[in-house]
Design a protein around this ligand. Sequence first.
Ligand code: CP
Length: 290
Amino acid sequence: MRSLINLAELERLTLEALIERGLKIRDGAGVDKVLAEMTVANLFFEPSTRTQLSFDLAAQRLGAYVLNFNERASSTVKGETFRDTVETIAAIGADILIVRHRETGSVDRVAAWTGQSVVNAGEGTHAHPTQGLLDCVTLLRHFGSVDGLRVGVVGDVAHSRVGASLARILPVLGVELINIAPSEWLPLGVETPGASDFDSVIGELDVVYLLRVQTERGAEITAEYIDGFQLNADRLARMHPDAIFMHPGPVNRGIEIESALLDDTRSLVAEQVANGVPTRMAVLEWLVTA
Ligand code: CP
């Protein structure tokens, strides 16, 4: 069976096929129970709401049994190591391991230790491939085509695995990506253009993609940040009338976005969440239909 650890490992045709399949499932295409009699284990070593629950539902809709590991109520509290924990869950009988972990490289290690099919559900600052895919499903569903779109990824780019996965997938699909952040949060060495003046580019964007400030990875929320980079009513008014905004969640209301704007018709935030289950169903199908 296949694994999905990083979008950089996939060719454009594969990325497009996964996005198209996610889109079709979202719009009502039938599915076969391709995971019948299989077990999917959600191994989340960092908190999650939408990723864990949508993998759970995606796996159930494809006929799988689902095990949900809760780190805080697990034997890791008694000192069991990460490796012993994942090997134990593989030995219990999980066929597919969905892994979220704070350390870059941890998902590769799970694949090597267990030899199982593994999906990266968000790893350190490195990658969140299914978020990147579901965001493409969201863009395609809204715009019809993504080729030539201008997407501004705004905020804590340096610490964001979502930003990293968007930087891998969007340019492959013909999207022009601009990272917009305070200079200390613009990652060094990436080829994506960067801007530190949100107001100078906001009117040229088709999509404003807001990132959460990753305080758990050392980023600090400052008044200067909110002043320069928060999407507020003034900035929304300066966006192109056909432009929309997105956020992977969880949203910190009043930090990266003014709270009331989440109810605006130009928000695709709820649509992103709704696209999570069908996109993850497409990924789980792809793992087992090689
Ligand atoms: N976007 C995302 O990964 O959200 P969760 O942390 O709730 O899974």
